[in-house]
Design a protein around this ligand. Structure first.
Ligand code: FE2
Length: 392
């Protein structure tokens, strides 16, 4: 990547957590981290699955060792409705908690971020949906991912379901970035292959979409491309031989890099077209992206073939001597190959979605138009329909 291609006239923002600690066993240091940040009482926000497999144990031990009292809210559900944030924020306010530790997958981390904010804001969580709606930093946030995909611990984004409108809504604010993110690969080892595959594809979508986004920045490009390289190198092993800690470590790092990349550089149409698969058919978020990503890439590749050629290289494809558009196509093929290797499908019929549902999908995707702004190619109703048709 030539640094000559950067636009010096444009002011490029970069957002990241205040502190990131990465390493085997680092979750055990959470007590010292709370102390260092001045916390006196902690609310752990998580889901029942994380508690059941014992992943909160290291956190509770760490808090106990430092003599820090804690409470636990473990009722987070996938595709979390906004009312969950209101419910847990009430507990945080009434219990005088000053620190929220989110531990789990993207849903738990997003809810934890929302709870930390709503504990100090009036009204309902849905009142603050949109760009920069929060007025203050909220409670201290420490985020500990147990999956390698959403990168939520590295983003100023939080996604909730508006149950009344049956659609996903997002919060965007640098205030949502945590004071501290603890990345411990040991916490991701128990992830079953299917969850590893789904969440890994979410990270790959973040990396690819931010790399071709029209809002990409010098920082985001560097992070996106390295995330793509790490994922291409490690995802198959993480899925097929999950006990390999190096692969778990690389995926956790990649997910984190991709999170920082998209919180600065934006996402694109793959996320926009994947969200309806979550709200309409309850297909997990990462799997929804695995379905849409190759088709959106193929649609987008003509708009910035040089970026796609770089993706192909990062994924180990031999592009020497190929015309640019053929090299760009290699990126799409590499992603398809990876999806097949990890046992996923990019065909909607494989998930029980009939082609008669295309109009319904198009209608839902049109509500996600915020994702089409940074997409390298414009999308209207016709283009959205054509991409969904590619998935049949
Ligand atoms: Fe995502």
């Amino acid at each position: 990547m030539s640094s000559r291609s950067y636009n010096m006239e444009r002011v490029s923002p970069f957002f990241a957590p205040n502190r990131i600690l990465l390493g085997k066993g680092v979750a055990g240091q959470v007590g010292q981290e709370v102390r260092m940040l001045g916390g006196k009482k902690v609310l752990i926000v998580t889901d029942p699955g994380v508690v059941k497999v014992g992943l909160t144990a290291a956190i509770e031990e760490g808090l106990k060792a430092e003599g820090i009292p804690w409470g636990i809210y473990a009722d987070v559900v996938p595709e979390p409705p906004a009312r969950i944030i209101d419910e847990a924020a009430k507990i945080a306010r009434e219990g005088n908690y000053d620190t929220v530790i989110g531990i789990g997958g993207g849903s738990s981390l997003d809810v934890a971020k929302g709870v930390a904010m709503m504990a100090t804001h009036t009204g309902k969580a849905l009142d603050y949906v949109g760009q920069n709606m929060f007025k203050e930093r909220g409670l201290t946030k420490i985020l500990i991912p147990t999956t390698a995909g959403t990168g939520s611990e590295a983003t100023g984004v939080c996604v909730v379901t508006d149950e009344e409108e049956n659609t996903k809504k997002s919060y965007y604010s640098h205030l949502l970035l945590p004071e501290s993110a603890l990345l411990d690969p040991l916490l991701t080892v128990s992830m079953p292959p299917s969850v590893t595959a789904d969440t890994g594809m979410d990270a790959l979508s973040h990396a690819v979409e931010s790399f071709v986004s029209v809002n990409r920045t010098p920082h985001s490009e560097i992070l996106s491309l390295e995330a793509i390289r790490l994922i291409a190198e490690s995802m198959a092993v993480a899925c097929l031989k999950g006990s390999e800690l190096w692969a778990r470590y690389n995926m956790l790092l990649a997910s984190n890099l991709a999170g920082m990349a998209f919180t600065s550089g934006g996402l694109g149409a793959s996320h926009g077209l994947a969200y309806p698969l979550g709200t309409e058919y309850h297909i997990p978020h990462g799997k929804s992206n695995a379905i849409m990503l190759p088709h959106v890439m193929r649609f987008n590749r003509v708009a910035c073939p040089e970026q796609f050629a770089k993706i192909a290289v990062a994924m180990g494809q031999p592009i020497e001597g190929l015309p640019l558009y053929d090299a760009a196509e290699m990126a799409c093929e590499a992603v398809e190959q990876l999806i097949e290797t990890i046992g996923l499908s990019s065909r909607l019929p494989d998930y029980g979605v009939p082609d008669t549902d295309i109009p319904r999908l198009v209608e839902c995707a049109l509500k996600q138009s915020r994702f089409f702004v940074p997409n390298p190619r414009n999308l209207g109703e016709k283009e959205i329909r054509s991409i969904y048709e590619m998935a049949f």
